[in-house]
Design a protein around this ligand. Structure first.
Ligand code: NAP
Length: 257
């Protein structure tokens, strides 16, 4: 896949799936911006990713920092071609009867309102040039309910709908000087690293066994298997695909088994 000269933004690109996507985009020729809240992690990721990577500290729940992020990219390049909205967090494990309202609001703010704010800025900037593509990183937990993860499951289900609405709006040239953008989502299944670091898996053996059992393939994904789907959706190889909510979940959503 060739993305030479494309300007890409990976929100939440400092570790896990987002880091892997950024690495693949840079290898394919992109100039890549990555974001996150933790500056040390961001600068470490930037130096690992090399000179075509720039880290900008930005929190998706902070409107001013999100606006500043897009002002910076526009001032430097006058354009943005590709965006991956990957930042996301899980909720506390608890049934709804014991839910922590503040935790629910935190998860919705990061996983749903964050992408909404990002899409507002992205659709304005990306549509200035042809060939734009956006991928939201959702979850298989947004396709089927996951008990004790009500906030997470709900936030990702809503993100899937937001993806579809945005795809419809961006397929039409809203203004004569605007260009269409394809907007899709991937729904990963349990993936190694990040939320499933070896340390976390070892500390929670029962939940690890459960996560392994819920995919048909009985294994975790490697982050590169999620990135491969994201890069395909970003590329011209998927030129007739928009509004898709694509499971990349080892068969998790294929049925009950
Ligand atoms: N790993 C899995 O098994 C799995 C399965 C299904 C779906 N997913 C989805 O895939 C995405 C990535 O998961 P992951 O496991 O790779 O996560 P991760 O390793 O925890 O990385 C999350 C990234 O998002 C950033 N981030 C978190 N909150 C943010 C905020 N408020 N503003 C800006 N950046 C923020 C983090 O940096 P800072 O903490 O420094 O901000 C980090 O760069 C998430 O959306 C997740 O829901 C993951």
């Amino acid at each position: 896949m060739n993305f030479t000269g494309k300007i890409a933004l990976v929100v939440g690109g400092t570790r896990g799936i987002g880091f892997n996507v950024s690495q693949k985009l840079i290898e394919a020729g992109c100039i890549c911006y990555i974001t996150g809240r933790n500056e040390d992690d961001g600068l470490t990721a930037q130096s690992r990713l090399g000179e075509r990577c720039t880290f900008i500290k930005s929190d998706v729940t902070d409107e001013a920092s999100v606006a500043e992020l897009f002002r910076t990219i526009e001032a430097r390049h006058g354009r943005l071609d590709l965006a991956v909205n990957n930042a996301g967090v899980t909720s506390k494990h608890a049934p709804i009867r014991d839910m922590d309202f503040a935790d629910w609001k935190r998860v919705l703010e990061i996983n749903l309102l964050g992408p909404l704010l990002l899409l507002k800025h992205q659709t304005n900037l990306i549509s200035k040039h042809p060939g734009g593509s956006i991928v939201n990183v959702s979850s298989c937990a947004g396709l089927l309910g996951v008990a004790r993860q009500s906030a997470y499951s709900t936030s990702k289900a809503a993100l899937n709908m937001l993806t579809q609405v945005c795809a419809i709006e961006c397929a039409e040239a809203a203004l004569p000087e605007r260009h269409p953008i394809r907007v899709n989502a991937v729904c990963p299944g349990p993936t190694m690293g990040g939320m499933n670091s070896q340390e976390r898996l070892d500390a929670n053996p029962e939940s690890t066994r459960h996560k392994l059992s819920v995919t048909v393939m009985k294994r975790f994904a490697d982050p590169s298997e999620i990135s491969a789907a994201i890069l395909w959706l970003l590329s011209d190889a998927s030129s007739f695909v928009t509004g898709a909510v694509m499971p990349v979940d080892g068969g998790f959503s294929a049925g009950k088994f």
